[in-house]
Each structure stands twice: as C-alpha cells, then as structure tokens.
Design a protein around this ligand. Structure first.
Ligand SMILES: [Zn+2]
Length: 499
C-alpha cells in the first residue's frame, strides 16, 4: 500500500517542523517518517551564493530530487536521502531512509511541484501573522544562529518578494490552510521574554480526502497550542523571578491526554522558553513504567531511558526529567529562595511543620539525595496519591497539580509564608561578599564559583540563605564533601553520555 503523504508548506519559521512533530505524535511516532525540505538546499550556509539567492527561491533547492525521493518512498523503497545539518549549516552524509505508513513532508516548497502535489494525500499550508513570524524568526536567528536584529530584519525584507513569488502561491494548492495568530499584539517583537497567547484556526479550500485523519491531527494541534500557551506563560512567570529560581535552575512540565509530556530542555533558562523553542517533548510512560518495576538503575541507565523517551527532533530534556515523569499531573519544580533558608537548615523539619499549619495540602518531606536517579527513586518511595507538595532537603520544592496555574499559586504562597515566618528581607543583589568553602544545595556546588570568581546570582543566593539563617539563629546544614563530589561526578557522567 502506498504510504499516506501529508505535505506541509509555508514560509520560513512558521512552525512547520513543530506541526510535523505534533502530527507524528498523534499518528504514532513509529508509523511516521518526517522528511524536511531543508535537506534539499543546494548550498551550505557559508556559500557566497546566499548573498544573491534566498532559500525561498526554487533555484536554490533540489526540488526535482525531493520529488524523486518522495516517489521512491511512496513505492515503498528504501532510499539514501540527503541530510542538512541545521546546527552547522552543512550537509551530513546521506542517510538510509525507510518508508513508513505515514510520510510527513514538510518544507518551504512541499506543495510547489505538480509531482509533489500529486503524491500528497493531505495538503496543508501554514499561514502565520506577519508580526508573529517576525517575532519567532528574530528570536531563533539571534539566539541560535547569532545574527543581529538588523541582519534578521534585512533578510526578512529581502525575502519578501521571493515569498510572494514562490511560497504564497502554494496556498491555493492546499486543501486546508492552518493559521497561527495572536489574540493581542506583541509589545516588543523579538523579545523572547514577551508573554504571548497563540491562537490556531483552519479553513478548507476544498474537500480533504482523509478528513478524519486531518481532524484528528488538528485536534492534537489545538490541544498542543493551548497546553503550550499555559506552559510558556508559567515558565516565564517562574523564570523571571530570582525568588523562585536562580541561574538555569528549576523546571516545569505539563502532561497531555496521551503519554506525552512537555518539559524545559536541558540548559535553557525558564524565562527564555517560548512557543517554538526551549523545551522537549517526551513519552513519560516509558520512564514511569520503568521506575514502577522498582529495579535499581544506574545514572547512565536513567540517562539512556530519558534519551529513549524523547521524541525525535527535540533537544535533550532537563536532567530532572525522571521525577517529572513519575509524579501525577503538571509539575513545577523550583528552588524558592525564602523556603531554601528553611530547607538548608538543620531545623528544617520542625520549621516545615509551622509552615504547613493551616494548609489543606498534603506535603511530603524528602531527605537530601543526589539529583537525578537517586532523587527520583526516593520520590517514588515516598510518593503518595494525595501529595501535592514535596519539600526537598537542601534542594527545593516540587508542586504537582492538575494544572500549572494552581501549582504556581501554591509555589508562590509557600515561598511567601517562609519569608513571613522568618521575617526575611527582600532579595538584593550584592557584588561583594565573603568567600565560602561549604555548599548548601546542588547548584551552589556546581555554579557559585566560576573560573574567574563568582557567579553573582548563585553566590548571592548562597549568602542570602546564610544571612537568613543567622538572623533566625538557625544552623546551616552544609552538604558533605562526599555529597558535593557525587553531584560533580553525576554531571560529568551525564556530559559523557550525552556526547
Ligand atoms: Zn532542582
């Protein structure tokens, strides 16, 4: 049987790749082959020809070759297909590609040629409001490709006529046009910290041959969009305040109706997560099922498991993914500054008793364990179905709830209660402070000291916690040298594995 081909075309940076990934998830990752039109570029990024041509120009792309690949795949033949590497802007060696029941063919010119249109069973064109397209492109090209704002703007300008000439006409050939729009204007275009709400809609040009499949995929896209809006909003809300997270710390995850979970990518800042980047999508059941076996795992095995659960095309999810996968509902993990004064003290459990007075929440206390597999195993041991709050000794807080909005309110409330309970002052960034030799929490061990001095935010956090304890005559419960070493070791281990 000929594979069912879903072609997605549209301008650059409009979310075609994301859409392809969402469709693959809905149709079943193992049944889908996603092919990208970017693999058909004729020239590498550094080629001087790009001073004259844009990627939108058909003459810059091997469209015939793309049609040829598609034909072979549609007749169920394996092919060696060219691969464009986005990180380096160069070509990787051709890759043996096996046809699957569904082929998702996304690219600037996915509906350009007669051949590609004839082979496509569902033809989709993605339309995006001009401001939104500029916004995404500015963020992506500046952050990932190191371009300046004016460079990006001039490419957009330069591309306009090619867009009108080569891309837009494909809209008429599509069965359906999917549109991303905004419900209110963007205040500062290109600012990744901007809070935006994405809307999605579709209009049909003509009868869609496989309507049920399309409607199913579109529902997935709607669910994805609304989850993503909530997720991005929450990441920014938490990420912009040092009272909740410092440096690259903290993480947020949200679960879909199937076994999919969205989670911040490793090495991303929460405040910089936006609708088209900074997060990973994973199959959380792969992780939770494995932990349910309660067989001991090594750190390396856990990393492999996380790797295996990550959907293709996404960055590595955070190293704290395991407990997000195990816990029910949406999960907010923070390192709340005021609460940390309590959590890093020897009087911790007693103070938490005071903090939770009058709370209707069920809270669980988790002793200190090295982040990663050890901590995840302990959380599984102590997990109870009613608990919404987990206090992590010398580490931070986990709040799980049915939705992120409520989780955010709980996080905020508990942190503020800690501030009131201990009469703590507001956080104030200092530039001079005394050196210290003992550490209080994992990020303190890893990031407070840099090769040329201190990480200001992290060292301030350390000192704030120490000061807060002094004021309240609490005793700092420093991590032991052995605990510090195992944090450093596990990071090295993860780096080694991720290579
Ligand atoms: Zn943490």
């Amino acid at each position: 049987m000929k594979p069912l081909v879903i072609s997605i075309s549209g301008g650059s940076g409009v979310g075609k790749t994301t859409m392809a990934k969402v469709f693959a998830r809905i149709l079943g990752e193992d049944k889908c082959l996603v092919v990208s039109g970017d693999d058909l570029h004729k020239y590498e990024r550094r080629d001087s020809i790009w001073n004259e041509l844009t990627h939108l120009d058909v003459s810059a792309n091997n469209l015939d070759l793309g049609d040829y690949y598609l034909k072979w795949l549609c007749s169920n033949q394996m092919i060696y297909r060219s691969v464009y590497n986005h990180t380096y802007g160069t070509f990787d060696p051709p890759k043996l590609t096996e046809p699957k029941p569904f082929i998702i063919n996304e690219g600037l010119h996915a509906l350009y040629s007669d051949d590609s249109r004839q082979l496509s069973d569902i033809k989709i064109y993605v339309d995006v409001e001009y401001d939104l397209m500029t916004h995404w492109k500015l963020i992506r090209d500046r952050k990932e490709r190191g371009y300046t704002k004016s460079e990006v703007m001039s490419t957009i300008e330069k591309r306009k006529s090619d867009f009108e000439k080569y891309i837009e006409p494909q809209k008429d050939h599509a069965d359906v046009v999917v549109t991303f729009s905004l419900n209110s204007p963007i205040k500062e275009i290109g600012n990744s910290e901007e809070d935006i709400d994405l809307q999605i809609s579709h209009s049909t040009n003509r009868d869609i041959k496989h309507r049920t499949i399309f409607e199913n995929m579109f529902r997935g896209l709607e669910e994805y969009t609304s989850k993503l809006n909530e997720f991005v909003r929450c990441c920014k809300e938490i990420g912009k305040s040092v009272e909740f997270v410092q440096g690259k710390g903290g993480n947020i995850s949200s679960k879909f109706e199937d076994s999919t979970m969205i989670i911040k990518a490793s090495g991303s800042l929460l405040k910089e997560v936006y609708h088209s980047n900074g997060f990973a999508m994973i199959d959380y059941e792969i992780i939770s099922n494995r932990y349910a076996l309660s067989e001991k795992m090594t750190e390396a095995e856990m990393c492999e498991l996380i790797d295996e659960s990550t959907y293709t095309g996404y960055k590595n999810p955070s190293m704290e993914t395991a407990f997000h996968a195990i816990l029910d509902g949406d999960v907010i993990h923070t390192h709340p500054l005021y609460l940390m004064v309590i959590l890093c003290s020897k009087e911790c459990e007693n103070l938490l008793g005071h903090l939770m007075l009058g709370e209707l929440l069920d809270g669980v206390f988790i002793d200190y364990y090295t982040p990663g597999n050890e901590l995840a195993e302990e959380i599984i041991n102590k997990k109870n179905d009613h608990a919404q709050v987990y206090f992590l000794k010398n580490h931070g807080l986990i709040v799980c709830n049915t939705d992120l909005e409520k989780g955010l309110m709980i996080t905020e409330r508990l942190n503020n209660k800690a501030k009131e309970l201990l009469h703590l002052p507001d956080y104030e960034e200092k530039t001079r402070f005394e050196d210290f030799k003992s550490y209080l929490f994992p990020d303190d061990v890893l990031f407070s000291k840099t090769s040329n001095g201190f990480d200001i935010e992290m060292a301030n956090t350390h000192n704030y916690i120490i000061e807060g304890m002094k004021q309240n005559e609490l005793t700092p419960d420093f991590l032991t040298e052995e605990q510090c070493q195992s944090i450093r070791d596990s990071i090295l281990e993860k780096k080694r594995i991720s290579k």
